[in-house]
Design a binder for this molecule. Sequence first.
Ligand code: FES
Length: 317
Amino acid sequence: MVERAVELRVKRITYEAENINSYELVAPDGAELPPFAAGAHIDLHLANGLIRSYSLLNHQYERHRYQIAVNKDPASRGGSAFIHHEIRAGDMVTASCPRNNFALVEHADRSILIAGGIGITPLLSMVRRLETLGRSWQLFYAARTRRAAAFLDELNTVRPNALHVDFDDERSGQVFDLAGIVARAPANAHLYCCGPAPMLVAFEAAAAARPADLVHVEYFKAKQAPAVGGGFELRLARSNRIISVDPGKSILDALLEAGIAASFSCMEGVCGSCETRVLDGTPDHRDQFLSKEEQATNKAMMICCSGAKSKILTLDL
Ligand code: FES
């Protein structure tokens, strides 16, 4: 699948919290942007060649802008640091059209939202939507410190008694009680979690006994180890070549070593830039980009991290 890209102008950059800036992106001619729904993200194609995904935090009824927020990660591998240091108001950026792997179930009677740090961004858009719909929601928002928690003032004014904040440095040694939050949630509640990977793993473990369709989580970093067991063959339908994938190699490694041009960026199964059509065979999906339903069709795969369950994979390359 090739996603349509849009060129956007950075209209405004705003300090939101310690190390977190928000970016307002608009069409240069003021035109309406492709629509999105709460939970959606866009991929920014950065001038340094990286592609990074950011959730849209504004209200989905807005068509004149996309708003994202970027946390300058001290371990940045070139995404968040580049945006903080290099992107200025007035610059142009290339972005994918919005894509939603974390959709809000709008008819739910109760929604429990759990955010860790910058994971607040898609949940902020959900809060806005749930308020418009008049639905019941609770937001549990954990951050290192109050100073590092973006959008607190706004959340406090939306519905203060639905907001529960938790800061590492104000907890006197207690751990964030994620398991307790999940355990106390009504049986029919839809649960959403966005935050750092350990939080997501803990959330999924805490919610494991609940029906899968009530549990929603979004990863922006690899959750699973890549499939590098090798021992299978690639048949490339367009170039009419056969390539072996040896143990220790990903499909992408094998292709690049064979001189096949393949696009990639994050190498973690989250950006979608290496998405490749599967014509035959069974992939071993390890990505966070395709939905479970898309993975189950076995019509496409992320070749940076996914492998093969069959001895032969025929790819549209
Ligand atoms: S390179 Fe990002 S999903 Fe494969």
